[in-house]
Design a protein around this ligand. Structure first.
Ligand code: ADP
Ligand code: MG
Length: 299
């Protein structure tokens, strides 16, 4: 696997194969607080994301979504397990390679559009600035700032200074700038949380356009069901584990490494923690039944 300073992602040609893959194997992440306490944020996450896939990470506050995104982006290292981004275990690589990963292969959209932008510069100026550290030969292979902004439907903002844009426009330009160096993986943590309805929908349009035009793999954290509904694959994190997966409108339970079944959110009402259940095989699959007493073990 090469570790060139430049992203191997899209090179100006709209390609459906430019996205990079992510694979988590038994990922555990533990924070040690200043008080010396351990907080287990991730407790064995297994997840495979294919190149060019769009995934929404859902789940209650504190469930580990941002931690997982931080591991994908090389902002922190997993305490245990493997986080394989584009074939490389990013929890094991030296700091210099991690820096190159952050600068090239992976684009992280930070919360708050203006943190991603030079506010006095134009949209095109910001794209140029984001590419300043790339070798000239690589930059020539990318669409020009103007072309890129056109491709993403932001052409009319090309020469507008960020300061003169609305909040929604700034957030869209921030996204374009974030992916402008040819990253193969876009990571966005709550990218619509500060936007109104219209801007929020336009932002999702843009994320989908990045995915379609550039082939970028997309992982987006959101707690907004309307946003999630527009992302083809939805993964729910609950208490540091993959809770359930929604694929094309259906919600599936996920079996973890130990064989435990993590039920979808809306099943929990029927089967609260501690419920005794039986699985019964029927002609069309399995049937789950709640029982009051374990068979042969009456209370
Ligand atoms: P989410 O993004 O789903 O809200 P996080 O990944 O931010 O969840 O947090 C997961 C857990 O890790 C929470 O219990 C949170 O309090 C804890 N946590 C997150 N960041 C830190 C940190 N820097 N130090 C200690 N604990 C943290
Ligand atoms: Mg978070």
């Amino acid at each position: 696997m090469t570790t060139s300073a430049v992203a191997p992602g899209w090179t100006g040609e709209a390609s459906a194969h430019a996205g990079i893959s992510v694979r988590c194997q038994n990922v555990v992440h533990i924070y040690t607080t200043v008080a010396g306490h351990d907080v287990v944020a991730l407790r064995g996450v297994n997840l495979d994301i294919a190149p060019g896939e769009q995934v929404a990470l859902l789940g209650p506050s504190g469930s580990g979504k941002s931690t997982l995104l931080g591991l994908f982006g090389g902002l922190q290292r997993a305490s245990a397990g493997q986080v394989i981004v584009d074939g490389v275990d990013v929890s094991r690589i030296p700091e210099a390679e991690l820096t190159r990963l952050r600068a090239g292969k992976v684009a992280s959209l930070l919360q708050g559009a203006r943190r991603n932008l030079l506010t006095y510069a134009t949209a095109a100026g910001n794209v140029s600035f984001a590419r300043r550290a790339m070798p000239a030969a690589e930059v020539r292979r990318l669409p020009s700032p103007r072309q890129l902004l056109e491709m993403l439907g932001l052409g009319e903002l090309t020469d507008t200074p960020v300061n003169a844009m609305s909040g929604g426009e700034q957030q869209r330009v921030a996204l374009a700038v974030t992916v402008s160096s040819g990253a193969g993986l876009l990571l966005a943590d709550e990218p619509t949380s500060q936007l109104g309805h219209t801007d929020r929908d336009t932002m999702v349009d843009l994320i989908q356009r990045v995915n379609a035009e550039l082939g970028t793999t997309v992982v987006i954290v959101t707690h907004d069901p309307d946003i999630a509904a527009r992302i083809p694959r939805r993964v729910t994190i609950r208490n540091g584990r993959i809770g359930s997966e929604g694929v094309h409108g259906r919600d599936y339970a996920v079996i973890d490494q130990d064989g435990a079944v993590h039920l979808p959110e809306d099943w929990i009402q029927d089967y609260p923690p501690g419920s005794l259940v039986e699985f019964e095989e029927t002609e069309d699959g399995f049937f789950v039944r709640r029982v009051d007493h374990a068979p042969g073990n009456p209370r």
